[in-house]
Ligand binder design. Structure first.
Ligand SMILES: [Zn+2]
Length: 74
């Protein structure tokens, strides 16, 4: 909270003492890549041992979209 009053330097510094950013804690995924803990792996799409993001299906869908676009342009 910032109050509209005169601030001492100490008051400002006390408030800002909580502003530092912490580094993300990285853990090693079962696929060998590093990933942010409590997040799905960006390399294999797994979370807690289960595939939650199917990157192969996404790539297939993207290719199909691109193909449809190329066909439409012809
Ligand atoms: Zn992984």
């Amino acid at each position: 909270m910032v109050v509209r009053m005169r601030h001492t330097r100490a008051h400002t510094a006390n408030r800002r003492s909580h502003h530092a950013l912490k580094a993300h804690s990285l853990v090693k995924c079962e696929c060998g890549n590093m990933r942010v803990s409590h997040r799905a792996c960006p390399a294999c799409g797994r979370y807690n041992g289960k595939v939650v993001i199917d990157f192969a299906a996404k790539a297939r869908a993207r290719a199909a979209r691109k193909e449809a676009k190329v066909k439409a342009e012809k």
